[in-house]
Write a protein that binds this ligand. Structure first.
Ligand code: PEP
Ligand code: MG
Length: 595
């Protein structure tokens, strides 16, 4: 990333990762550059070491006070869209014994000034985070960096004075923390471009939920612009253009207009049901990782929450949430006005996914390791805390429980037995529970597909997790860029597996949903409808387009496309064929090239 693509006198283009689609054209506002040099000097006198430790503790205290003030201000102003809990996370890092001890140890053992000691602590954490396989987790180092930078600034006597942010600008920054975005009138920001970050960084999440175009991982954008430069952000293709020449500007003004028109037109579909021309209805769910995404889900036409990835509750935590914290969280997902149901997936945690207490356990193949339901069945007490909270939340609305990574019948039976045990305990304690809690499983391991007919007798619904199913079927690590060219939802083996799950589920009389990324890609919608899928659950922004496709076809057309596709043995040929068919049906949405 950060490729330098073109350079003439003024105009140049940098390529990064587009994390929030759309085009914005505006003036650069360079936000709070944090590239000040960290001073370094040796402290030789023992008494000076003591003074340095005090200096560090004072700065730590000052930093915490600033964040508490900021938090109070946000609470008073109604909180806006800011996830307040991330400010809590920053406060927690500042209070963390390990963070404090490590820094104090650096001052003592290395006899260095406090600024340098903080820098060393951040580096130590960075090494640890860099070793994590999970993209999201690796990205969370930015929280520790933000905290460290605040302390260093305070040590240097440089206060984080909230700057008066101009409106209608494109924000350029090394990376943005919640505390940074809290200072902005977010709804007046035109776009974001950052040196660091990834698809799940704070900038990306805020930008997507506010529908502001954003490009991250540009590496050098802060060095490449000056205040007030003209800039274009193309969040769909991940391109940033600085000082565009008049031709480029014209082209992008046109692209922006087209994009906005398409979005507006598409939003017309948000409120409509996903129903084919011959009256076959598909339920549309939204996938969420944070409760803050719910307003966007409703706005884009979700009918329910099809997948709540609860493991994200654990992000950045040193200690496990207790039952009441879980409950408070699930309460804001269940029974939300405008949403019919909430599918809460129990933690897909463990393996390469973060977990504060891994007991030094390292796995060679984390994707095949102690994760999800395996981990929960092993750590039964922890699992029970989550199940208790989920069950208690069921009084507030239609709730569905979903277990991830089921590979065989024993796992679902054990999970159900624990659920029953928890239910009995709660009833004995006098808790009231909802009366119609459905239980389902993710179908994302090939063995589960093969025995889907048997698994179907145990549950009320299936939800196909194509992200993992494709990974395990085609033997490609889904986070390994080297083999991503093999990641092919249209592989005939994948299509056959999906079809057999839908058929097995229907034969047993249960609903079959899909919540992997494949469900939100409009190129596959017609095929999936043809298979008879009952529910598609996806990222909120994808919903209007998928609804548009469903409303523009008949079940007969979808079935005949599927029948044809199932006779083709090459993924490439399937891709070309599906592309041509989609272009025929929706010439304005699909180009005549391959999908
Ligand atoms: C999947 O595997 O398709 C899925 C939806 O779950 P996750 O991406 O969280 O593994
Ligand atoms: Mg999965």
């Amino acid at each position: 990333m950060g490729d330098f693509m073109e350079d003439n006198a003024k105009t140049f283009i940098i390529k990064g990762i587009g994390v929030s689609p759309g085009v914005s054209i505006g003036k650069v506002y360079l936000f709070n550059r944090t590239d000040i040099q960290t001073p370094f000097y040796k402290i030789n006198e023992p008494v000076m070491v003591m003074a340095e430790l005090d200096r560090f503790l004072d700065a730590l205290h000052e930093s915490e006070t600033q964040l508490l003030d900021l938090k109070n201000k946000l609470v008073d102003s109604g909180g806006g869209m800011e996830p307040l809990y991330i400010i809590d996370v920053h406060i927690m890092i500042m209070r963390d014994r390990k963070f404090i001890d490590l820094t104090m140890q650096n001052i003592r053992a290395m006899s260095v000034n406090a600024e340098w000691a903080v820098r060393m602590t951040i580096e130590k954490y960075k090494e640890m985070f860099d070793r994590m396989d999970d993209d999201y987790l690796r990205g969370r180092i930015s929280d520790i960096q933000h905290v460290g930078q605040r302390i260093i600034n305070n040590l240097a006597g440089k206060k984080h004075v909230p700057t008066e942010m101009p409106e209608g600008v494109v924000i350029i920054a090394p990376d943005l923390s919640p505390a940074d975005t809290a200072q902005m009138k977010i709804d007046k920001v035109l776009g974001f471009a950052t040196d660091g970050g990834g698809k799940t960084s704070h900038t990306a999440i805020v930008a997507r939920s506010m529908e502001i175009p954003a490009v991250v991982a540009l590496e050098t954008v802060t060095e490449s612009v000056r205040m007030n430069d003209d800039i274009i952000i193309d969040g769909s293709s991940g391109v940033v253009i600085i000082n565009p020449d008049p031709d480029i500007l014209k082209r992008y003004e046109w692209k922006k207009k087209l994009y906005e028109k398409a979005q507006d037109d598409l939003l017309d579909y948000a409120a409509l049901p996903a129903i084919t021309k011959d009256h076959h209805r598909v339920a549309i769910g939204c996938n969420i990782e944070f409760v803050e995404e719910i307003p966007s889900a409703i706005h884009h036409g979700a009918e329910g929450i099809g997948l709540y990835r609860t493991e994200f509750i654990y992000i950045n935590r040193q200690s496990l949430p207790d039952e009441e914290e879980h409950l408070a969280n699930y309460r804001s997902v269940v029974g939300v006005e405008g949403l019919g149901w909430a599918t809460i997936r129990t933690f897909d945690l463990g393996g390469d996914k973060f977990f504060p207490d891994k007991k030094g356990f390292h796995e060679m193949n984390p994707q095949l390791g102690m994760r999800a339901i395996r981990f929960c069945l092993k750590e039964k007490d922890l699992f029970k805390v989550q199940l208790r909270a989920i069950l208690r939340a069921s009084v507030y609305g239609e709730l569905r429980i979903m277990f991830p990574m089921i590979s065989g019948i024993e796992e679902i039976r054990q999970a159900k037995a624990i659920l029953a045990e928890v239910k009995t305990e709660l009833i004995a304690e006098g808790s009231s529970l909802g009366d119609d809690i459905e239980t389902g499983i993710m179908i994302e391991i090939p063995s589960a597909v093969v025995i889907a007919d048997q698994l179907a007798r145990e549950v009320d619904f299936f939800s196909i997790g194509t992200n993992d199913l494709i990974q395990y079927t085609l033997a490609i690590d889904r986070i390994n860029e080297q083999v991503s060219y093999l990641y092919e939802p249209l592989h005939p083996a994948v299509l056959r597996l999906i079809k057999s799950v839908v058929d097995a589920g229907h034969k047993a009389g249960i609903r079959v949903a899909m919540c992997g990324e494949m469900a939100g890609d409009p190129a596959y919608t017609m095929l999936l409808v043809g298979m008879g899928i009952d529910e598609l659950s996806m990222h909120s922004l994808a919903i209007p387009r998928v609804k548009k496709i469903i409303r523009g076809i008949t079940m007969r057309e979808a079935e005949s496309l599927l029948n044809e596709v199932m006779t083709i043995s090459s993924s490439e040929e399937i891709r070309t064929f599906v592309g041509e068919e989609m272009h025929k049906h929706f010439p304005e949405d699909f180009s005549d090239t391959v999908v």
